[in-house]
Design a binder for this molecule. Structure first.
Ligand code: EPZ
Length: 430
């Protein structure tokens, strides 16, 4: 199994290209199930999760060609992928596939809207929390569907004539359930109003793509989204927005290691809150024409408290990376996680590098230390694993991160991007 070896101590200087957002690409790919025409997505990142979803969509009948060719590309940035689902050949999403990637449960929205029924495996919990699906079930029920749980599967059936537009208020903000409601409502009869909708930029990106496909949507990016159902959607061409979590991760890596890096093909407005926090920690950040520049010189890292919140708050997907940064701050900081109940698995691993962190419920208290020392550590989930890479960049000596398949789910060409800026990071195959 591959491991990542990092020798800490080098500053980062250079340019890092930011990829298309994984968490936008996944729902956009799923939206291809809504039309019999071709949906073309540009700037699709080359990631294990994207490849897995390609396999899942193939099962439902989506014909997929990468840059016009049917075979997969080995490497590459900014892939353009064509998705064509002339007919849905299978409305079953089996446990073997859904359990591997939670977002594949989201096929429930388009399958139900287009075919009127489907059977989709419950995704189960995952390392960062129990992650129930009650909001999906409630939301789709509000659109008139009959939802039944049977043997670990959700059987969903729309009323005769299709889903019916409705006014529904989510009791809690959910990114995934908002994506699903949005997709399902595009083909419902009448108007749907979703209140307390997630406001993440990835929701806005999906709404833009659906609009290009002929959907009638207003309010995406606010808490109230209104969708006027249409009888069918057409194909479209859409560019996946930049990955704000990848952007924030590299910004934190520079804040940690020091240096001067330009992050290209991204947009500072996607992560206002996280960048404000980084500025308070001592990084200089300026917007450039194609992204941003981040500089940290020898002034040390200031302690800053953060609490994760739905967008536009500080993202849970940057919590682990920020905690890694705080391990080297000049004082005491607190990180509170409010989205997932078990997203502190990196704490034990950061401690192996010499970090001083204590946990009390959903809050971690981090006492900054003057030095970290390299050690063998284990990746536990996608964002936790990259936090260990960030810590390794500033640790003395060698850090060896095992179970890197977590990293491959969400970070395109991580080693190449960091090495290009002077870091010593390599993949070691056993
Ligand atoms: C999305 O997950 C992202 N995944 C996650 O990124 C991200 O951490 C999360 O949103 C929050 O920003 C993708 O976009 C593919 P939620 P999602 O539904 O949609 C609870 C990463 O590292 N909830 O907004 O699954 C849930 O348990 C990943 O890239 C219910 O209670 O997150 C959580 O506590 C990890 N019932 C909260 O809502 C439900 O039916 C927010 O989860 C659904 C969710």
């Amino acid at each position: 199994m591959d491991r990542i070896r990092i020798v800490g101590g080098n500053e980062l200087n250079g340019v890092i290209p930011i990829s298309g957002a994984k968490n936008a690409a996944l729902p956009l790919m799923i939206a291809s199930l809504l039309t019999s025409d071709t949906l073309t997505l540009e700037n699709v990142p080359h990631l294990a999760d994207v490849e897995q979803l390609i396999r899942i969509l193939g099962n439902h009948g989506v014909d997929i060609s990468v840059n016009g060719r049917r075979e997969r590309q080995e490497e590459g940035y900014a892939r353009t992928i064509h998705f064509t689902c002339r007919t849905i050949v299978d409305t079953l999403a089996p446990y073997e596939l859904v359990s591997k990637m939670r977002a594949s449960f989201w096929v429930i929205g388009p399958l139900l809207a287009r075919e009127g029924y489907c059977r989709v495996s419950l995704p189960g919990g995952c390392a960062i929390g129990t992650r129930p699906v009650d909001l999906f079930l409630e939301g789709l029920t509000a659109l008139g569907a009959e939802m039944e749980i049977d043997g670990g599967y959700v059987n969903a059936r729309a009323p005769k004539g299709g889903l019916i537009g409705a006014h529904y208020r989510f009791p809690k903000v959910s990114v995934g359930a908002t994506h699903v409601m949005l997709m399902a409502a595009t083909l419902a009869r009448g108007t749907t109003v979703i209140d307390n909708a997630a406001r993440e930029p990835e929701i806005v990106d999906l709404a833009r793509c659906l609009t290009a496909m002929g959907a009638k949507i207003t309010g995406a990016g606010t808490s109230t989204i209104t969708i006027e159902g249409v009888s069918s959607l057409s194909g479209a061409r859409h560019r996946v927005l930049p990955d704000r979590i990848e952007t924030g991760t590299y910004a934190m890596a520079v804040a940690m290691a020091g240096g001067d890096v330009v992050l290209e093909n991204t947009d500072v407005s996607l992560l206002d809150n996280a960048l404000l926090t980084l500025r308070r920690a001592g990084a200089e950040i300026t917007a450039t024409e194609t992204g941003m520049r981040i500089v940290r010189n020898g002034n040390g890292i200031q302690p800053v408290d953060v609490t994760t919140e739905p967008f536009p708050g500080f993202p849970t997907d940057l919590q682990a990376q920020f905690m890694a940064l705080m391990t080297r701050s000049t004082g005491v900081s607190h990180v509170t996680e409010t989205i997932f109940e078990n997203r502190f698995m990196h704490v034990q691993e950061l401690a192996r590098l010499g970090a001083k962190i204590s946990l009390s419920g959903q809050t971690a208290k981090i006492e900054g230390v003057p030095r970290l020392k390299g050690a063998p550590v284990m990746a536990t989930d996608l964002r936790a694993s990259v936090s260990l890479v960030i810590a390794g960049l500033a640790a003395e000596g060698e850090t060896m991160v095992s179970r890197v398949y977590h990293l491959d789910r969400g970070f395109e060409r991580l080693e190449a991007k960091l090495t290009g800026c002077g870091a010593v990071v390599e993949r070691v195959s056993d």
